[in-house]
Design a protein around this ligand. Structure first.
Ligand SMILES: Cc1cc2nc3c(=O)[nH]c(=O)nc-3n(C[C@H](O)[C@H](O)[C@H](O)COP(=O)(O)OP(=O)(O)OC[C@H]3O[C@@H](n4cnc5c(N)ncnc54)[C@H](O)[C@@H]3O)c2cc1C
Length: 469
C-alpha cells in the first residue's frame, strides 16, 4: 500500500483546482435555487437552463462542487435503477419494457451529452460483468436473477448469460462459474464529470456559490449564514448529505461506501487479469464487490458499504489503513493476478437510501419544493435521468419522463416517502442483514452440501433483499 494512500483518486486526477467560487454574501432573488452541487443539482440546473434559458438559477453548495458522493463514487454508469422492480413490477409488460428501455438509453444519452458539451470525463461503454457467480450455489441464483431482469423488462440483448468460458475470455476471476453481462453500463471519471458539468452550467448562465451552506429552507426562500435566495422553486439535491436544516434526512439516510484504486497495472498484469476492454465488473455477493478498469490502467474497486449509528454522513474522504487492506484482500481474492499490486488510493463517502428503497423525483407546486435522490448507490446515471425529470416537472412539460412511475407532481416527500425508524432499530437491522449475508456467503464458500441451513439462510436473505434491494 502506498504511504498516505487515504485520499480520493478522482480528485488527484483533476488539473490544479481554481480557487473557490464566491460564497453567497447578500440577499438575492432567482427563479430557482438549488441546494447541493452534485450530479442531481447540476443536471437539474443544466436541463432547466437549456429548456428555459431566461430562468435565473442559483446553486448553493456547502463545500466545493462535487464534495458529496458525486465526486467520490466508483464510476459505474448503470442502465438500471436500484429498486426498479418496486416502481414498475406491477405495470403491464409493454410499459415495463418502455421503462427499462428508457433507463438503458439514459446511459447512451449521458455519453451523447458529454460529447456535445465536450466534458472529458473518460466516458467509456464496454458493459459490465454484472453479477459473476463465484460459488457453485450462485450459478442457479444468478440465472434466476437474469430471468427476473428479463421478466421485468430488460431486453435479452442488453442482459445475457456468460458461461464460465465466456466469462474467462473477458476477465479472470478466481472461480468464475459464469455470470450476467449487462451491455448498458458505462464508466466515467466522476471527478471530471462533476467539475466539467459545473463549468458547463456556469457557461449557460447558472450562478454557483461554494462554501454556502443552506441553514434553513423557508417558504420560497433558502438562507445561508451570510445571505439568502428568494425563489419560486427550491430544489433540494443533497441525497446522502442531507443536513439538519430540513427533514429530508428522516426520509433518505446516508450509508457509507468505501473505494480503493490500485497503481497503474503493467501490461503483463493486464494480460493475466483479462479485461482487454475497459470493462466494469461485480460479483454476485450480496455485500457488493464492484470495480472497473480506468482510463489510465488502474482498477478502482468498491466493496462492503456500512451504516453508521445515527445516520451520520461521511464528510471527510479519509478511510483507515485497515479498511483499505480489507478491500485489497477482497480484490485479490476476486482477481488473483493482482497479488502484490500496490494500492495507491482509498476513500469513502455517503450515498442516500430512501425508506421506500427506491429513488424519486418530486415537485410540489404548492410549496415550490422539488427533490430527487434515494438512488441507493446507483446514482451516477440515475441523477442524470432524475435531474432531467425534475427540470420537466418544474417547467410543466408533458414529456415521457414526467409520466414515469418515479416522477411525482403535487405531492411532498413527506407524503410520498416513509420516515426511517429511530435508533437503535436502524443500526440493529443493518447489523443483522450484514451478518446474515456474510454468513450465507461463508457457507457457499465452503462448497459443501448443507441441505437444511443453506436453503434456510437463502430464504432469510431473500426476504431481507426483498425489503432493501
Ligand atoms: C463511495 C461511493 C461509491 C459509489 N459508487 C457508485 C457507482 O459506481 N455508480 C453509481 O451509480 N453510484 C455510485 N454511488 C452513488 C452516487 O455517487 C450518488 O448516488 C450520486 O452521486 C448522488 O448525487 P447527488 O448529487 O444526488 O448527491 P451528492 O453528490 O452527494 O451531492 C449532494 C451535495 O449537497 C451538498 N449539501 C449538503 N447539505 C447542504 C446544505 N445544507 N447546503 C448546501 N449544500 C449542501 C453536499 O456538500 C454535496 O455536495 C457511490 C457513492 C459513494 C459514496
Amino acid at each position: 500500500m502506498r504511504e498516505d494512500a487515504s485520499c480520493n483518486f478522482w480528485t488527484s486526477m483533476l488539473p490544479e483546482r481554481p480557487s473557490s467560487r464566491p460564497r453567497l454574501a447578500e440577499d438575492v432573488q432567482a427563479d430557482v435555487v438549488i441546494v447541493g452541487a452534485g450530479f442531481t443539482g447540476l443536471w437539474t440546473a443544466y436541463y432547466l437552463k437549456r429548456l428555459a434559458p431566461e430562468r435565473e438559477i442559483v446553486v448553493l453548495e456547502a463545500e466545493r462542487v462535487g464534495h458529496g458522493a458525486s465526486g467520490r463514487n466508483g464510476g459505474w454508469v448503470i442502465g438500471n435503477l436500484a429498486g426498479l422492480e418496486r416502481h414498475i413490477g406491477s405495470l403491464p409488460r409493454e410499459e415495463r419494457r418502455g421503462c427499462c428501455a428508457l433507463v438503458a438509453d439514459n446511459v447512451d444519452e449521458i455519453g451523447r451529452v458529454l460529447a456535445r458539451e465536450q466534458i472529458d470525463a473518460d466516458y467509456n461503454k464496454d458493459g459490465a460483468i454484472y453479477a459473476a457467480a463465484r460459488y457453485r450455489d450462485q450459478i442457479a441464483i444468478q440465472r434466476g436473477y437474469l430471468r427476473q431482469l428479463h421478466e421485468l423488462g430488460h431486453s435479452e440483448a442488453d442482459c445475457m448469460w456468460l458461461d464460465a468460458r465466456q466469462l474467462e475470455e473477458r476477465v479472470r476471476f478466481r472461480d468464475g462459474y459464469g455470470g450476467i453481462y449487462h451491455r448498458q453500463v458505462a464508466t466515467v471519471n466522476p471527478g471530471r464529470l462533476v467539475t466539467g458539468l459545473a463549468e458547463v452550467v456556469e457557461r449557460l448562465g447558472v450562478t454557483i456559490h461554494e462554501h454556502s451552506r443552506a441553514t434553513a429552507l423557508g417558504r420560497h426562500e433558502v438562507r445561508t449564514r451570510d445571505g439568502s435566495v428568494e425563489a419560486a422553486t427550491i430544489v433540494c439535491a443533497t441525497e446522502g448529505y442531507a443536513d439538519r436544516f430540513h427533514d429530508f434526512k428522516r426520509h433518505v439516510i446516508p450509508v457509507q461506501s468505501l473505494v480503493i484504486a490500485t497503481e497503474p497495472l503493467s501490461q503483463a498484469t493486464w494480460e493475466a487479469v483479462g479485461m482487454s476492454e475497459r470493462l466494469a465488473f461485480s460479483d454476485a455477493s450480496r455485500l457488493i464487490n464492484y470495480g472497473h478498469r480506468t482510463a489510465d490502467g488502474r482498477i478502482v474497486f468498491g466493496a462492503r458499504g456500512n451504516y453508521r449509528f445515527g445516520a451520520r454522513p461521511k464528510d471527510d474522504q479519509a478511510i483507515s489503513d485497515d479498511a483499505i487492506r480489507m478491500r485489497r484482500d477482497l480484490l485479490v481474492d476476486l482477481l488473483p493476478a493482482l497479488e502484490g499490486v500496490r494500492i495507491d488510493y482509498g476513500w469513502g463517502g455517503s450515498l442516500g437510501l430512501s425508506r421506500n428503497f427506491r429513488p424519486h423525483a418530486i415537485f410540489d407546486r404548492a410549496s415550490g419544493l422539488a427533490t430527487a435522490g434515494g438512488y441507493a448507490g446507483e446514482g451516477v446515471a440515475a441523477s442524470h435521468l432524475f435531474g432531467r425529470t425534475l427540470a420537466d416537472l418544474i417547467l410543466g412539460r408533458d414529456t415521457e419522463l414526467v409520466h414515469m412511475p418515479w416522477a411525482f407532481i403535487d405531492a411532498s416527500h413527506r407524503q410520498l416517502i416513509k420516515r426511517w425508524e429511530g435508533e437503535p432499530l436502524r443500526w440493529l437491522a443493518a447489523q443483522a442483514i450484514t451478518y446474515s449475508y456474510a454468513g450465507e456467503e461463508a457457507l457457499m464458500r465452503r462448497d459443501r452440501p448443507a441441505p437444511l441451513i443453506k436453503p434456510a439462510m437463502k430464504r432469510v436473505n431473500d426476504y431481507f433483499a426483498s425489503i432493501i434491494e
